[in-house]
Design a protein around this ligand. Sequence first.
Ligand code: NAP
Length: 273
Amino acid sequence: MTPPLRFALFGNPVAQSLSPLMHKAAFAAMGLTADYEAIRAGDATEVIRLFRERDLAGASVTIPFKASVLPLLDEVDEEASRIGAVNTIVRRGNRLAGYNTDAFGLAFDLELWCGIRGRRFAILGAGGAARAAVHALLKAGGMPTVYNRTAAKAETLAGNLGCAWAPLTALGAAEADVLINTTPIGMFPKTGETPVEKALLSRFTFVMDTIYNPIRTRLLAEAAAAGCRTRTGAGMFVGQGAGQIRLWMDREPPLAVMRRTVLEKLGGNDAED
Ligand code: NAP
């Protein structure tokens, strides 16, 4: 009998992640004998050491190692290099290759929801998720402007990837169809917080939160009350996981199973998205 393929999630913390639940459900639906465990690592060097020690076939990488693991890999996909973050590792023989499926996950979900080409996007935040978002939007013909608390970081991101930027204080004058929150403000356990004053929300037709825990953040609740169409981060999360399965196995992932597993766990439903 062939031994099961082994996969893992590396992050710190990892206990809250839904990746093990989602990937195990996907593997079972695909009829695969494969393990997926969550591993809390101390630093990026430990991520690589544990990957090799455990003889993994692939891994997911989350906060805070998405940028720091990149220079330690044997090869990095061009898109991940441009974004400056890796969320997926694939073993090819003895070499470890890095990819970024966050950009794919976001684009996949936005195309299903509101479309990208020709739309103007206001991106809140300038971290790894914002970089993935801007890359994905530019690639698909969208027009993003980055707004961030630390203006210098927004300026650097915009310069590197080739988009517009503005200080966070200018969000009230934003002319965009879609607002996307890529900051962690409002994420569990600080669910009472929101990154945007509610009076500003009605200027956007669409409001998306990349946060998926809680499934409905305060931002989305206030946006819906202001008449905006809203989208949770669950679809992006499922999309990035689906991208990982394609890279690891070169097979089509069971999207419906993955989505149902995540929404059931978070107490959400399809009607909300
Ligand atoms: P990150 O690199 O740490 O960036 C966080 C950004 O948020 C920074 O630009 C930071 O601004 C801003 N920020 C943080 N706290 C703030 C505050 N109190 N006020 C104003 N701005 C604040 O994190 P990341 O990797 O981009 O991840 C961010 C979030 O994206 C995660 O929490 C997660 O919910 C979401 N995400 C979702 C998915 C998905 O599949 N749905 C995938 C990836 C990420 P400064 O530059 O001023 O510090």
